[in-house]
Design a protein around this ligand. Structure first.
Ligand code: FRU
Length: 574
């Protein structure tokens, strides 16, 4: 008998298989995906968001041998704020169309929450859980115990899956790393040559513990990576990821490791932010190349990103972050208006490259949005001019925009050389603005302050990034911007991902017109613009009531892309 989600329980259950128990709260649905209505005016159409209720960190991300991406996430299936953490689960073939699966991980007891962690495919059965298969999945995660008036210890635990990651059984001999600390969490596991490596945050001691294991069960402490970068008041969700290093032509010249650390609260912009450190890893110790602190994002809505396990060596890593910030995530209006809170960022391809002036940089390149591109609405080139576009007839209210400025004689750039991109609601007059100053300190800026659907003291309204453009040497330079606009989330990628920002905004009326224009560009400079409408990644799978139910297949064959096993009817209230 298994102890996991597929137990159909009409009442609270503690089920025993050998020693491991699973607690299933009667309000938490089991065995089938939670239905969701994705048609609300604030619901992202090409980003992942949970069917209902509250989501935070991405967890357990891996790509399986069939090319299906598995995204688990911190999930409260009974409320619109943080708490009652489980691992929700969704799968995708292309990183844009997601298919909701049943909840994958439940806690062992009522007073314990399943916090963040990671998952690996144990192809060689190092764990011994999978004598007859190569697609066994092991999840490693923090269990956080709570007493009536106090937090209990956080320990590291594992669960294994014989069906490719759809259902899990808690290991009998948990925890695999015990502790008495109430702030020891978020294990991320990778394979290094001949052993497993876990990085785990000692959150309030500002250390990342590095542990090794031959079998995912027995772990040995190897080293600490302590007091690096911005401290905020806690370290959370570390990652250690091997990335290709590319030269200016894009060719892979070597590889290096990157340690990422999510810090919150106490980020410079307030709340949550992620920093990273490129460096060397020898299987037990991580040594950063330099003492600089680098941030993954210049907005404040990209936190706790994880890197998919299973992407082949030598290829760009692929990451997805939680598109929110603990400062206001539990107040955003999607909860009361539409019954869900939080989306994930769009997928990013990551590699290291020397960027002008900044030096070694982890590029955040938008994964090709081709799977959701619909129609080109505008393809044009101009020098100093502007265009306006009414996209109120785009059903998804989502767009992909590229502006590629070429032939810029940098000696003729002035303080008023600019390129601006603005989205507006003609109905309410609200607007989301962004722009680039080619001269001076060359900042790119974003302003969500003229969007009025959410008023919160911490919902910072303006962001800017410097040093994204080298205007120094008088050569004919170029500069490129991509924007993924999706109802209540917009992401900007500058110069192919040297800088990126994820920004939430909550309009009272949909933003349905766009203007894009340049001013005072030097003669010979050209702005090449392409604007595409996007297809909703959710609408085609909604039933007549507008509900997307998901996939009950446990084989992975119905994963988004083929969607053979979608269910269009039947739902349960929760
Ligand atoms: C980060 C975090 C993690 C923790 C999880 C709980 O956002 O605080 O450290 O495991 O969220 O939901």
């Amino acid at each position: 008998m298994k102890t996991t989600a597929f137990i159909s329980a009409a009442f609270a259950t503690a089920v025993c298989a050998q020693n491991a128990t699973t607690f299933i709260n009667p309000a938490v649905p089991t065995g089938q995906p939670i239905p969701g209505n994705y048609s609300g005016g604030l619901r992202p159409q090409v980003h992942f968001s949970p069917p209902q209720f509250f989501m935070n960190d991405p967890n357990g991300m891996f790509v399986d041998a069939n090319g299906t991406y598995h995204l688990y996430y911190q999930y409260n299936p009974t409320g619109l704020g943080a708490g009652n953490q489980h691992w929700g689960h969704a799968t995708s073939r292309d990183l844009y169309h997601w298919e909701n699966q049943q909840i994958a991980l439940f806690p062992p007891e009522e007073s314990v929450f399943v916090f963040s962690g990671s998952a690996v495919v144990d192809v060689n059965n190092t764990s011994g859980f999978f004598p007859d298969q190569t697609n066994g999945v092991v999840a490693i995660f923090t269990l956080a115990r709570y007493y009536p008036n106090a937090a209990g210890p956080q320990t590291q635990n594992i669960a294994y899956s014989h069906d490719g990651g759809y259902t899990f059984q808690l290991y009998d001999d948990n925890p695999v790393i015990d502790s008495t600390s109430i702030h020891f969490r978020d294990p991320k596991v990778i394979w290094y040559e001949d052993h497993w490596v876990a990085v785990i945050a000692y959150s309030q001691e500002f250390a990342v513990g590095i542990f090794t294991s031959p079998d995912l069960k027995d772990w040995t402490f190897a080293s600490n990576f302590s007091y690096h970068g911005l401290l905020g008041t806690q370290y959370e969700c570390p990652n250690l990821v091997k990335l290709p290093v590319r030269d200016s032509e894009g060719a892979v010249t070597s590889e290096a490791y990157v340690m990422t650390l999510s810090v919150q609260p106490g980020a410079p912009l307030g709340g949550s932010i992620t920093e990273y450190f490129p460096g060397d890893f020898n299987g037990t110790h991580f040594i950063p190349f330099d003492s600089a602190t680098r941030l993954t994002d210049f907005g404040k809505d990209n936190y706790a990103a994880q890197y998919f396990y299973g992407v082949p060596d030598g290829e760009d890593a692929i990451s997805i972050g939680w598109a929110s910030n603990w400062q206001y995530t539990q107040q955003v209006p999607t909860g009361n208006l539409e019954g869900w809170r939080s989306a994930m960022t769009a997928p990013r391809a990551n590699y290291l490259q020397k960027a002008d002036r900044i030096g070694l940089t982890m590029m955040n390149k938008l994964v090709d949005p081709a799977p959701v591109l619909d129609e080109p609405l505008e393809t044009t080139s101009f020098g100093n001019s502007s265009l306006s576009l009414d996209f109120s007839d785009v059903a998804s209210n989502a767009l992909y925009i590229e502006a590629n400025v070429t032939g810029i004689n940098t000696t003729l750039v002035t303080g008023s050389t600019t390129l601006n991109l603005t989205f507006t609601s003609p109905a309410s007059g609200e607007s989301l603005r962004s722009g680039f100053f080619f001269g001076g300190d060359t900042p790119f800026w974003i302003d969500r302050g003229l969007v009025r659907g959410f008023d919160n003291i911490f919902f910072t309204d303006k962001f800017s990034a410097a040093n994204v453009y080298d205007g120094g040497d008088g050569t004919l330079a170029s500069w490129r911007m991509q924007a993924l606009f999706d109802r209540s989330i917009c992401e900007w990628f500058l110069d192919g991902g040297v800088q990126a920002a994820t920004v939430l905004f909550y309009p009272t009326q949909p933003l349905t017109t766009l203007s894009l224009g340049s001013q005072a560009l030097p003669p010979g400079a050209t702005v090449n613009v392409a604007i595409w409408s996007l297809k909703s990644a959710w609408a085609p799978y909604a039933n007549e009531q507008g509900t997307v139910v998901g996939n009950v297949s446990s084989s992975g064959e119905g994963a988004a892309g083929s969607r053979r096993d979608m269910i269009y009817e039947g739902s349960f209230s929760s």
